[in-house]
Write a protein that binds this ligand. Structure first.
Ligand SMILES: [Mg+2]
Length: 275
């Protein structure tokens, strides 16, 4: 167990269980939760939904990076950080089936790792509120928050987002998953991933099966880049499919092919507006 300053890149290989056969990586905002907490802050106590949607469009059109666009969103929120946390804890709701999934995963020795573009203290507070004590058994790899020069995060305009790495995503989620993907075949668990947005795309190529949320941006990116995926509406879909795979009733390959077939039949919710 790592207690020093070096990050433990393979934490889920020995926590909360030893050498798991499966690991579930997941996005946080809009995937575990019903609303995107960063969008919620931006729309309600930042520069508003119109500017945010234009920013998203600029990223989709390749006119801005996710990193810079997301920083602009966060910079527009000037409330002291503890107030932001309280505001989100009061307002953000959980996918109605996530807790059922989590209880099953814990019982079946499948670690859950949140891989997020959000900030660690916010994710931790929201999860503690929505999941309770078992939130402690979920690893979180995310961006952080830091004080602006000469200020404290408790002050108005006192905080800013601190990115995980130097990538155009701010947090290149593939970097967090790759140490697991590169394990030797006899050690490497089957890797699942669930997400809904553009920042999840880099993660998808590292894992064995991507669950992409129906009607959201990620599906359009997957189709554009020929990344296999399976569609989910809520975590009951994910739980059902993961149970089948763990029981050996279906393979990750077959599940990914089904996603493409669903898309071809128009069942992937592609007409939903880009988020
Ligand atoms: Mg998301």
């Amino acid at each position: 167990m790592s207690t020093g300053s070096a990050p433990d890149e393979l934490r889920a290989m020995h926590w909360p269980v030893e050498n798991p056969k499966f690991i579930f990586f997941t996005d946080f905002d809009g995937t575990i939760t019903l609303q995107d907490s960063n969008d919620f802050m931006t729309d309600n106590i930042g520069f508003g939904g119109e500017k945010r949607r234009q920013g998203n469009k600029d990223v989709l059109d390749g006119k801005d990076t996710f990193r810079d666009s997301f920083r602009k969103m966060m910079d527009s929120v000037t409330k002291p950080y503890p107030e932001c946390i309280d505001y989100l804890v009061e307002n953000i709701k959980l996918d109605p089936y996530f807790n059922e999934y989590l209880q099953w995963a814990l019982k079946n020795d499948i670690p859950t790792v949140i891989v997020s573009s959000g900030m660690h203290p916010i994710i931790k507070a929201i999860m503690k509120n929505l999941v309770g004590e078992d939130a402690e058994k979920i690893d979180i790899i995310s961006n952080e928050v830091e004080a602006r020069p000469g200020k404290s995060i408790d002050q108005e305009g006192g905080w800013q987002i601190k990115y995980h790495d130097d990538s155009g995503f701010g947090h290149d989620k593939s970097l967090s998953i790759r140490p697991y993907a590169n394990l030797p075949a006899d050690k490497r668990p089957t890797l699942f991933y669930a997400g809904d947005g553009v920042s999840d795309l880099s993660a998808a190529s590292e894992t064995d099966l991507l669950f992409a949320k129906k009607g959201h941006d990620l599906i359009q990116y997957c189709v554009k880049q020929n990344t296999p995926f399976t569609v989910f509406s809520d975590w009951s879909d994910i739980l059902k499919k993961v149970k089948e795979i763990v029981a050996g009733k279906t393979s990750v390959h077959d599940a990914a092919r089904e996603g493409y077939e669903a898309y071809q039949k128009g069942e992937a919710g592609l007409n939903g507006k880009a988020k």
